[in-house]
Design a protein around this ligand. Sequence first.
Ligand SMILES: [Zn+2]
Length: 215
Amino acid sequence: MLSNTRTIHNKRVLEKTATNSFMWTDPKFNKPTALLRLLNADSVPDLSPYYGKRTIASRRRVVGLLQAINRATAMLDSAVEIEPDRNYWTDAPKDLREALEEIDDILAEYPMRPTVEISGKYGDGGLHFDHANGSSRPLGEQLAVWDITTLAQKKMLERVRECMCGEWFFARRKDKTACSAICRHKTYEQSERFKVQRRQYMRNYYKLKQSGKVR
Ligand SMILES: [Zn+2]
């Protein structure tokens, strides 16, 4: 499925270049394009024959992997905090081992294999060797999974976040919790409203308590 036509091949080279691992160390790097495209179901009409069909199942698998890795990472972080001297490589706690097995099972669907294609429309770039998460899954999904493992390796997967509006975004700064200025403002307003409501509630609660109506 990776080699339908020559055009598709050339587009693939371009896309792989855009998502390749060297980008992650590049300070100009801005976001995991393939992953966000799949999560947000962004439409790229001219590339869809190349990426393959984007299905709900495909998206569910990718979100599942992302969440499983984030869960395992959080588990390991808190375990290390409690037991810093434990050898987690040889003797990880049971729940953590299970979490890793779950991730491994998902990853088994995306075996990596080297690929070759002709780089550039007229072959002026010669042969280009790359790799694919070769599987029966659509290429768009394979690239998204590649983004996930690359980000996780850099300890940056938790930076891929879902905004309150449902849009997934890459938080370039740690404290960024919204996809846009508008959503940031909404989140702020919501938390302010929550604080006011909570204050009100606590005031009423203490008043009731003092009156002896509740214990
Ligand atoms: Zn948003």
